[in-house]
Write a protein that binds this ligand. Structure first.
Ligand code: ME8
Length: 659
């Protein structure tokens, strides 16, 4: 049996002098969407991302942090990697440019280019942009970098040069023969005219910096960052042994428009010089802007992904990034637009359709998906409309028209809402005929839901998996083959899964405030460890939290802690914070809002009226963006530290002081 076709795609290898913001998240999320989509179309997919760890910027950042470069980059790379894992966009291959497998590949590529006569030694004096790690051609001393606008530095040094000039014709021929290589089309014209304007040879090693991959036998030469960084795509799939792995050439390099030239001019030229296969496509998307300018930490306008994922769920962020902006163009990021889309498209759209459908099936058919009875014209029309949308939506995905794909999926959802409003299954009675009609309407809606869920899966992996379970469909939605997706494949007679809220509606200003507050906490972490929401020791046993004998405290220290009997008035879950409950607690003199990390062990309703011990003189702090003004005392039980609220066997007055 022939194996699956292979698909290899990459994101850029991100710099380690900062942490990921929404711009990096955008590229990585798009890569993940394509990966999931391609898998559902039967491909064996490898997605590479990683970290670009060499260069003078890292040298300086490590110095500033007072640690060796290797330590600095190891920490940063781990942070990038774990954030991608946490956000559900893990790398299949995470390549670090300090990995040995990468070092070997860069040295091997250089050797091939040199053996083929495309490398020579020379001197270069020029203006260099340390921020972009690039010499700035045609710049004079004092000029700023045309890309980032920051000052350039004059550098003279012995370099190895790559004969880029020899590749003007081969590159132009290659673009012509491979019209799909540079995407989108508008970018292609830009690159073609750049290459037509003539190519200068390129310095690919440096002797003035230390932190780089050494050129074997040519120390102190180290590789200049782009020769190093671009090669990471090949190192990740076994470098010199790429043929054995079978993933090279890459099918797709996804990049932002800022680095398209490196990917469509330098990279194919290096590979041509080494006589290695060339990638099939480079897709350059636009920028996410904040207040119409590019995000940067120095401008203080970065948007972080984690607070959004915590508040609204990662699917909401994915949906927004792909739906809001035409892929390839620039777009503006705004929290307002994000939350609006969340409430309208996810909570009211997909979420509402799924929960309504499930609730009606539950009520009328004991939670079992009914079989359709006689179909009326309107049922058939909806089926036809959905069936024909499948092809269009797949085509949009194929062409990377993500916004249009989602628009078409949501048009189908809107058609279902309209259908339900018109057919009003809730208004039908219990007669044989009415029950039959209800069965047809609900099975039609459930089938439509199965199809949109499947089609939306690459973009909304978590929530569509929940809808799939809710519909009680066999297997997992990620295993559905999109090629075979048709109307009429709904498994009927199956029991619905447990109902759950997919996208709880949020109040816009509160949601934005909480996201911003969490972002602020992340960007400016508190200097001292903040108090835990519940006074439970983290390591499990009470003894573990007790100070060592030599650290015994005096009564005056204990007296600093004010504890009172409180009574819980209200308790509710917090959207985006699985472990926390938001409580209001009467402490005698006032009602306080307190967050407690007990949501996994206490049902909110069971807490109302309960008397608890409260630390009342703690400085207020925000937990997951919600203000907490005090702390509830609990024992920490068992190895997993299950919280058990401290209480009073006898009746006590609210507000009484604990001494
Ligand atoms: O350039 N909007 O790394 P980098 C959209 N190490 N995408 C954005 C963005 C924004 N505001 N900001 C960043 C490098 N990106 C090199 C790459 S590859 C061999 C070496 C995304 O950390 C976008 O994909 O500066 C852009 O190309 C990339 O992050 C730049 O990441």
């Amino acid at each position: 049996m022939p194996g699956k076709p292979k698909f290899y795609l990459t994101t850029p290898i991100y710099y380690t002098n900062g942490l990921p913001h929404i711009g990096h998240t955008y590229t990585t999320v798009v890569a993940d969407v394509i990966r999931r989509y391609k898998r559902m179309r039967g491909y064996e997919v490898v997605m590479t991302t990683g970290t670009d760890e060499h260069g003078v910027n890292v040298e300086r950042a490590a110095k500033k942090a007072g640690v060796p470069e290797s330590e600095f980059v190891a920490k940063m790379a781990a942070a990038w990697r774990s954030l991608w894992d946490e956000l559900g966009v893990p790398a299949d291959e995470f390549i670090r440019t300090t990995d040995l497998r990468h070092v070997r590949t860069v040295q091997w590529l250089f050797k091939l280019c040199r053996e083929n006569g495309y490398v020579y030694k020379g001197h270069y004096t020029g203006q260099y942009c340390i921020y972009d790690n690039a010499f700035v051609n045609d710049a004079k001393p004092g000029d700023n970098c045309p890309d980032c606008g920051r000052p350039t530095e004059t550098i003279t040094e012995e370099n190895y040069f790559f004969k880029l000039s020899a590749f003007q014709r081969p590159l132009l021929d290659f673009y012509k023969k491979n019209p799909e290589f540079i995407q989108p089309e508008s970018r292609k014209n830009e690159i073609v005219s750049f290459v037509e304007g003539g190519l200068k040879d390129l310095s690919i090693t440096r002797t003035t910096i230390r932190w780089g991959i050494p050129v074997p036998g040519e120390e102190p030469h180290v590789f200049y960052v782009w020769f190093d960084a671009l090669t990471a795509y090949l190192s990740a799939v076994d470098g010199p042994e790429y043929e054995k792995r079978g993933m090279w050439p890459a099918d797709l390099h996804l990049v932002g428009k800022d680095i398209i030239r490196f990917h469509t001019v330098y990279w194919p030229a290096f590979l041509m010089a080494a006589m290695l296969p060339l990638p099939k496509q480079v897709w350059a998307h636009g920028w996410f802007l904040m207040d119409a300018s590019k995000m940067s930490k120095s401008k203080g306008n970065v948007v972080l992904p984690r607070p959004i994922a915590n508040m609204l769920g990662m699917d909401a962020l994915r949906y927004f990034l792909l739906r809001e902006v035409v892929f390839g163009q620039d777009g503006n990021f705004s929290y307002d637009a994000l939350v609006t889309r969340y409430n309208s498209d996810l909570a009211n759209g997909l979420g509402n359709l799924a929960s309504r459908t499930a609730a009606m099936i539950d009520k009328n058919f004991a939670g079992k998906i009914p079989k359709a009875g006689k179909l009326l014209a309107q049922d058939e029309a909806l089926a036809r409309e959905t069936q024909s949308a499948i092809g269009d939506i797949l085509e949009h995905f194929e062409k990377m028209e993500f916004a249009r794909a989602l628009e078409s999926i949501w048009a189908v959802i809107a058609a279902a809402d309209k259908y339900l409003t018109k057919e009003q299954p809730w208004a039908l009675g219990d007669s044989e005929g009415d029950t039959q009609r209800k069965a047809t309407i609900l099975s039609t809606t459930a089938e439509l839901l199965r199809i949109v869920t499947t089609l939306a899966h690459p973009v909304l992996p978590e929530s569509t998996a929940k809808v799939w379970m809710l519909l009680g469909q066999p297997g997992s939605v990620s295993a559905v083959e999109l090629d075979g997706l048709r109307w009429g494949q709904l498994a009927s007679g199956v029991q619905l899964g447990k109902a759950q809220t997919l996208f709880p509606r949020v109040e816009k200003s509160e949601a934005i405030e909480r996201i911003e507050s969490m972002a602020n906490e992340e960007l400016n972490p508190p200097a001292a460890p903040a108090p835990a929401p519940v006074a439970t020791p983290t390591s499990g046993s009470a003894a573990a939290a007790a100070p060592a004998a030599s650290e015994k405290i005096g009564i005056e220290d204990f007296a600093k802690v004010e504890m009172r009997v409180g009574q819980i008035k209200t308790a509710e879950r917090i959207v985006g914070a699985d472990k926390l409950l938001k409580l209001t607690v009467d402490i005698g003199t006032e009602i306080r809002q307190i967050c407690a990390g007990i949501a996994q062990f206490y049902e909110p309703d069971s807490l109302i009226g309960r008397k608890v011990a409260v630390v009342t003189n703690l400085a207020p702090r925000k937990l997951r963006g919600v203000e907490s003004n005090g702390m509830i005392i609990a024992a920490s039980v068992g190895p997993e530290g299950r919280p058990v609220l401290a209480g009073f066997p006898e009746d006590v007055e609210v507000g009484a002081r604990l001494k």
